[in-house]
Design a protein around this ligand. Structure first.
Ligand SMILES: Nc1ncnc2c1ncn2[C@@H]1O[C@H](COP(=O)(O)OP(=O)(O)OP(=O)(O)O)[C@@H](O)[C@H]1O
Ligand SMILES: [Mg+2]
Length: 217
């Protein structure tokens, strides 16, 4: 791994997993973690929204189906309030310590769900994103892509649907299209993985992508 070194400490690395409902993000975190641990890296696995005590409460507000009247802008600002705390408390310290931070969802989720899904203006999202994280973006994003119906069917096996899962098929189709458009916009950062394959094959594709990424960086 050719990241610049400070003393004996490797440079921190920030990796996000993205994709629609049931794509397998939470499942595949383990494969990413294992790949880095086998190479001697210290890993922190975390999730957005969530990952801090405050964030888990905000996550509860966001996903609670009682809040079905939440305005798209309120939703956006709650997400970024959560992210501000998360960056200060979790991501920046871990990156300073040279860890690999592996995050289940980050701002691409906001771009896809609130931008594509809820139809919020992209400029508004980017304006808030700039305030909250400046140019701190993941070094690498693994976008797990699969047909919406497949993902929703997988997610529905998991118990009661949350506020995002009940948003309807057209919403989730917009989310998927927005994700794929982001992958075209940021081809160096976002790598699309075929998530419709069985879990072991998805893990293989992820490991290949990690190998490629580190050959080039
Ligand atoms: N490649 C796969 N093939 C079939 N089933 C899978 C695959 N990957 C994960 N699953 C199953 O699908 C369900 C959803 O997977 P998982 O929770 O990892 O998705 P997710 O992307 O984290 O979803 P969410 O966005 O809702 O958190 C789980 O029950 C999981 O066991
Ligand atoms: Mg998940």
């Amino acid at each position: 791994m050719s990241h610049s070194e400070t003393g004996n400490r490797p440079a921190g690395l920030f990796i996000s997993l993205e994709g629609g409902e049931g794509a397998g993000k939470s499942t595949q975190l383990a494969a990413v973690r294992e790949w880095y641990e086998q190479r001697g890296r210290e890993v922190l696995v975390t999730r957005q929204p969530g990952g801090t005590a405050l964030s888990e409460k905000i996550r509860g507000l966001l996903l609670d189906r009682e809040h079905d009247g939440m305005s798209p802008l309120a939703e956006l600002l709650l997400l970024f309030a959560d992210r501000a705390q998360f960056l200060d408390e979790v991501v920046r310290p871990a990156l300073r310590e040279g860890r690999v931070v592996i995050c289940d969802r980050f701002t691409d989720s906001t771009r896809a769900y609130q931008g594509g899904g809820r139809d919020l203006d992209r400029d508004t999202i980017e304006a808030v994103a700039r305030v909250v994280h400046g140019d701190l973006e993941p070094h690498l994003t693994l976008l797990l892509d699969l047909p919406v119906s497949t993902g929703l069917a997988r997610a529905s096996n998991r118990g009661e649907a949350d506020r995002m899962e009940v948003a309807g098929q057209p919403f989730h189709e917009r989310v998927r299209r927005a994700y794929l458009a982001l992958a075209e916009e940021f081809p160096d950062r976002i790598h699309v993985i075929d998530a419709s394959l069985p879990p072991a094959q998805v893990s293989d594709a992820i490991r290949n992508t990690l190998e490629h990424f580190h050959e080039q960086h």
